[in-house]
Design a protein around this ligand. Sequence first.
Ligand code: GTP
Ligand code: MG
Length: 336
Amino acid sequence: MNFIDEVKIYIKAGDGGRGCVSFRREKFVPRGGPDGGDGGKGGDIIIRAESSHRTLLDLRYKQHHMAKHGGHGKGSNRTGRNSEDVNIIVPVGTLVKNADTAEILTDLCEDGQYFIAAKGGVGGKGNAWFATSTNQAPRYAQGGIKGEERWIILELKLLADVGIIGLPNVGKSTFISKVSAARPKIADYPFTTLVPHLGVVKYGNMDTFVIADIPGLIKGAHQGIGMGTRFLRHIERTAVLLHILDISREGYSSAWEDFETVNRELALFNPSLMEKPQVIAINKIDLPITRELIKKEIDIFEKKGIKVSAFSAATGEGVTMVIQEITKKLHSKKAS
Ligand SMILES: Nc1nc2c(ncn2[C@@H]2O[C@H](COP(=O)(O)OP(=O)(O)OP(=O)(O)O)[C@@H](O)[C@H]2O)c(=O)[nH]1
Ligand SMILES: [Mg+2]
């Protein structure tokens, strides 16, 4: 499923260094010629795609990127130093756009591909270049060329790593809004979520991942009941599913039964969805009714050798544990 992660940044390449006006001064050489060196080149700003990067999140915290200016030329024909380029690392699949015109400057679609988004200025020539037969002692050198500067937009289409499944109203959207910047509508009635939403999750030093919130499933979804299963295709390419259960809801009979109802709809839509590892978690443990029933419910799963976590998307209790479980499953999936 596509989701746009986007950042706007300002980039400024380094200016070229000034050329130098200087004359040779040596003992016994009365009128030395000009020996002013050239200025060095300013650093470029390079946008580079690397597959080790998954999101543009890091760039949200740093908006201005500047490269250093080139060194100024010096006497004795010494050239100023060239400054280092600044590399901005982005995920593969990032589009670079001009922020003023929205024109696409490049599409970085391969690992290692790069684009010089702002060129550093070249250094000015020193006065040694300007000596002529009529002016053997030029008192003139060039200034460096200014480095390019502009605002650009980096845009990334993301694939979700994790899909959230569950009956309507169990708190899928509340969970995603707790753990990411996604803000889907949340309300106390079924089928609040009508279209999928994606969020980028970054917790402490755990790996960043992308999570998708999709409309709730109910019995008969594969026959088009409720919102149907048409949104399940959005999670077909995810690596892990987060299955959220709610034992406080009206008409609930057992968490196990709800779990099976949703899984049955998954299997009827596409049996391969059942092969995806699931993190199973009971929500709303802030409610007294949930606290009262939870032990019994978890026991049923544990007797079958299935691990269940408990959390409250409302208060945040247990949410980090759920993220850890997801991260673990994503890791073992990558390793296999
Ligand atoms: N007490 C309590 N209420 C919660 C918690 N999480 C969600 N809710 C409430 O449960 C209701 C449903 O939450 P949503 O996040 O919209 O549920 P959903 O699973 O996205 O629902 P659909 O999109 O309709 O499938 C809302 O009234 C939430 O405020 C929780 O941890 N504790
Ligand atoms: Mg929802």
